[in-house]
Write a new protein. Structure first.
Length: 268
């Protein structure tokens, strides 16, 4: 055992990788030297085929690997919604990597995912251009979402128990709080979460995935930001979520139909 790893574990330092001969383990800071010695003994005996039934096993450390690519993808989506990545502009992976403090590789991988989603397009030898979208595309997305979601929500309104709708109240209220912040990226995330929770009641995962993709695309900013909604618009949109829940709980299908169809008209 390396002396540096032992003294760190004894004094509550950072996690260390300790060589046990037959392999290595990650030792949490709170693990005592005696525990480390026991771990060495178990590894050695395991390598020799010995049994250690009488010894108290040490807990296996939980290894958590954060996805750098996933984190960068979330950050890029937020920057896109916040208008920090402007339609028509070209951004290189190395430059964005420097901005986020990572290499160009995870940025490039995240951008490739955004390209698959239609948010950006590849510009050979330069990087990625944010797609320029107009009001017509937004209207088309709203129409497709309405064709998919309106009949589903109406069907659910007839079959889902009232108490299940009541369980969605905290998520609806979360969209109101997010809208009050005035941050489009914060609201977009809460908005998608609420709509996803509603559609999950259908039990159709394919429908949920398709609808969420359309929803995400409908939230991208338009060219010039002329149609960017302000805080008041976000609050009004979020208020429709709580009103919709009230109608679903009351099983007022006429109000549900009107609210859901009108909700998509705003591109939400």
């Amino acid at each position: 055992m390396k002396q540096g790893a032992q003294s760190s574990a004894e004094t509550g330092g950072a996690e260390r990788v300790v060589d046990l001969g037959a392999g290595s383990v990650r030792v949490p800071p709170q693990l005592r030297a005696s525990d480390m010695a026991r771990a060495r003994g178990e590894a050695d005996s395991g390598a020799r085929g010995e049994h250690t039934h009488s010894e108290v096993p040490i807990p296996r450390p939980v290894v958590q690997r954060a996805s750098v690519r996933g984190q960068i993808l979330d950050a890029l989506r937020t920057a896109l919604l916040a208008g920090e990545l402007r339609p028509g502009e070209v951004y290189s992976a190395p430059a964005l990597g420097e901005r986020f403090g990572v290499s160009a590789t995870p940025v490039r991988e995240a951008m490739q995912q955004l390209a698959l989603e239609g948010a950006v397009e590849v510009v050979p030898n330069r990087g990625f251009r944010v797609v320029e979208r107009g009001a017509r595309e937004l209207a088309e997305l709203a129409e497709v979402r309405a064709l998919i979601e309106v009949p589903v929500v109406l069907r659910l309104a007839r079959s889902v128990p009232v108490d299940r709708w009541a369980e969605l109240r905290p998520m609806a209220e979360a969209t109101v709080r997010a809208a009050s912040s005035g941050c489009r990226a914060t609201y977009a995330k809460a908005d998608r979460a609420f709509h996803r929770a509603v559609l999950l009641l259908s039990g159709n995962e394919q429908l949920v995935q398709i609808s969420e993709d359309l929803h995400r695309r409908s939230q991208w900013p338009l060219v010039g930001g002329s149609a960017t909604r302000g805080r008041a618009d976000l609050i009004a949109d979020a208020a429709e979520h709580t009103t919709l829940l009230d109608a679903l709980i009351a099983r007022d299908l006429d109000v549900v139909r009107r609210l859901v169809a009108g909700h998509f008209a705003g591109g939400t």
